[in-house]
Design a binder for this molecule. Structure first.
Ligand code: SF4
Length: 408
């Protein structure tokens, strides 16, 4: 029986690392982030999330670089209703403290009973043994044949060791011996500590988390920045296996992988993706890709979703802009579409100087102001513009005339 969300509840708005119980206030309302358990939503949960995005938010659903799903454009007034729906669907835990625990990110192609799945389940059962860690800290569980999450933000990693690691020889597990065993690696260190089972990996990870806190890691905030030498019981001696590729768009052994332009899709497009009864679930990835599970996932292209790995929109940044965000005086997505494939470097199209979609400088940034665009080169959305007051056509024309660094 879920807890009722009090309609008079006010969201606890924080300016960093938002969740569902602690949404972030942005220019287009509250941003509510959902962390699917084991990185997987059932078809019913996905449909419910689509309905919630349309009922309580802007109707857009975003997929983050840590494989979370987020809804934007939620108002203070609609947040309690949204939370009630999310809790009822099992997309958010009724206990707000649960989402304070470090995020767990799983290699998305895990199978029931394999090392990634087993390790993740063992860790779920012991989460309350972890110390309180800084908000942004995360755990990558990446124990498939080849680690896939090495370039994804995480602080503690459980990975497959290079074949022939110490633990592979010690392990009685035939699969582990064939693949190489497991290791636990503190982010920022090239080598990890070999362990001989998923249970031992979880034990070692919990110990390392306590060491992080006891050795002053909270001040550093992230494991990578914490330069204290590792304790003698966690020797960094074993390299991870050679990294594997991210999931390719298209057919997959468990269904089909689809891409999200600019890391975002409409609820309508995602509803269409899971419409066939034979699509049983959706797995999230940190690469703007969703894995649709089930035979019914294969087939014709789905409007609003990508199926070509070379599509530049998989890498471009664009905030929702007008009409989705009240702060925007321009439409961002139309210009982003026009620029797709026509610019050699990184691109960010922002509805205003807040730059919600990207806080890093990009080769080309276009920022909306008073219904026109400012053009910034090598900067952020709030950077000093090279040209101002541009319409969409002016932007294209400007780039054509100044194509030194831009392929047009
Ligand atoms: S950057 Fe985009 S989403 Fe953020 S407040 Fe401005 S217009 Fe809205």
């Amino acid at each position: 029986m879920m807890d009722k969300v009090d309609k008079t509840d006010k969201p606890q708005i924080k300016g960093w690392c938002p969740g569902a119980w602690r949404p972030m206030a942005t220019g287009d309302g509250l941003l509510v982030r959902v962390r699917p358990r084991l990185g997987r939503l059932t078809r019913g949960q996905m449909l419910a999330l689509c309905a919630a995005a349309e009922t309580y938010g802007s109707g857009l659903i975003e997929l983050t670089s840590r494989a979370n799903l987020q809804l934007r454009g939620v108002s203070d007034a609609s947040w309690p209703g949204l939370m009630e729906a999310l809790v009822e669907q099992g997309l958010v835990d009724p206990d707000p403290q649960v989402e304070r625990r470090p995020q767990r990110l799983l290699a998305p192609d895990w199978q029931a009973g394999d090392a990634t799945h087993e390790t993740a389940c063992l860790l779920e059962a012991r989460l309350n043994e972890l110390p309180a860690l800084p908000d942004k800290m995360g755990i990558a569980i990446d124990a498939g044949e080849a680690p896939r999450l090495g370039d994804v933000s995480a602080d503690l990693r459980i990975e497959r060791a290079a074949s022939g690691g110490l633990q592979a020889r010690a392990s009685g597990n035939l699969q582990a011996r064939a693949l190489g065993g497991l290791l636990v690696r503190a982010d920022g260190r090239a080598l990890g500590t070999p362990v001989d089972s998923p249970a031992a990996a979880v034990e070692e990870l919990i110990r390392l988390a306590h060491w992080f806190v006891a050795s002053g890691g909270r001040e550093a905030g992230r494991m990578r920045r914490h330069t204290a030498p590792l304790p003698p019981w966690a020797p960094a001696v074993t390299p991870p296996a050679e990294p594997g590729a991210r999931l390719a768009l298209g057919e997959h052994a468990r269904g089909r992988v689809v891409g999200l332009a600019f890391g975002r899709a409409s609820a309508a497009a995602l509803r269409a993706a899971v419409a066939p009864d034979s699509v049983s679930a959706v797995r999230v990835t940190p690469w703007r890709r969703l894995l649709l599970e089930g035979e019914g996932a294969s087939g014709a292209a789905i409007a609003g979703l990508l199926d070509d790995d070379r599509d530049p929109r998989l890498a471009m940044q664009a905030c929702p802009g007008a009409p989705h965000c009240e702060q925007a005086s321009v439409e961002t997505l139309a210009l982003a579409e026009r620029l797709s494939g026509r610019v050699a470097g990184s691109v960010h199209v922002s509805g205003c100087a807040k730059g919600c979609a990207c806080q890093q400088p990009t080769d080309l940034c276009l920022t909306g102001r008073n219904g026109r665009f400012d053009l910034i080169k090598g900067g952020r959305a709030d950077g000093v513009p090279l040209a101002t007051g541009l319409t969409e056509s002016d932007v294209i024309e400007h780039l054509e005339k100044n194509s030194d660094a831009l392929r047009l």
